[in-house]
Design a binder for this molecule. Structure first.
Ligand SMILES: [Zn+2]
Length: 256
């Protein structure tokens, strides 16, 4: 059976300075220098950076995805991808497109023209696990319609904000016209399942990155255990309690 690595990126800034007034989450950001090295690593492994939408499903494809539509996706990541001859997939929040720090529709159209896929991360960045079914439907439908209208091509992949799932997504996703849900559960994708696990590429994680591309077993196990623990915390504590726990854990890590 085939198995594909699907990488999940967020902002790709020039640098991540401690204590700076950042407009992105530093834990999830990868500097453009690290990102460039990572794309070169994929190339050297004789693999091709690609997108899920319109994929060729060649065994050598590594799928590259970006959540949130941060402006650096256009200014930093896009030129690197083009230089490598790669395509990738960008999950945007249609409500934040064109606002400070985020990509504009013109930039997204340019990326789409160059072969990139523009996909949905919902309308706002609202966490959907605590929404009503109608509210989830509205988030999906609004983002689907706006992308179709602005890009001229319908999205086929949906990435839930914060990786938060809602049971109704199972039927809403195909009803609205999406084919896949790219979520935040780590693992490899078999190429067929509607729900696509992804490896989050984090700041200072070059070693883990290489293991993820090569589908190293130990890495799979480690990320799965961490994800299961955090998933349980999300369930028990709810969205706001979970964010407080995560902030405490991150602060602790920086102290030590
Ligand atoms: Zn997000």
């Amino acid at each position: 059976m085939s198995s594909f690595s699907v990488l999940m990126y967020h902002a790709i800034p020039l640098e991540i300075r401690a204590g700076a007034d950042l407009d992105f989450d530093p834990h999830y950001a990868v500097t453009v220098a690290d990102f460039t090295r990572q794309m070169e690593f994929i190339s050297k492994q004789q693999k091709l950076g690609s997108k899920i939408a319109g994929r060729s499903a060649s065994a050598n494809e590594v799928y590259i995805t970006f959540d949130d539509g941060h402006l650096t996706n256009y200014t930093q990541a896009f030129p690197v991808l083009q230089a490598c001859g790669f395509t990738a997939e960008f999950y945007i929040n249609t409500a934040t497109v064109g606002t400070a720090g985020y990509v504009s529709w013109d930039q997204l159209r340019e990326m789409h023209q160059a072969g990139m896929a523009i996909e949905s991360h919902g309308h706002d960045h609202v966490l959907m696990n605590e929404l009503s079914e109608d509210a989830v439907r509205l988030q999906l439908q609004q983002s689907y319609d706006l992308i179709k209208q602005e890009i001229g091509s319908s999205p086929i992949v949906f990435s839930p904000p914060g990786g938060r799932m809602h049971p109704a997504m199972q039927h809403l996703v195909p009803e609205i016209g999406f084919q896949y849900v790219a979520y935040s559960k780590p693992g490899v994708w078999d190429g067929g399942n509607r729900f696509i696990p992804r490896y989050p590429v984090l700041a200072n994680s070059n070693e883990q990155f290489e293991a993820a591309v090569l589908q190293n077993f130990k890495f799979r196990l480690k990320t799965k255990v961490r994800h299961d623990v955090m998933g349980l915390a999300k369930k028990v504590l709810g969205n706001s309690g979970y964010e407080r726990l995560r902030a405490t854990l991150l602060a602790k890590r920086q102290e030590t």
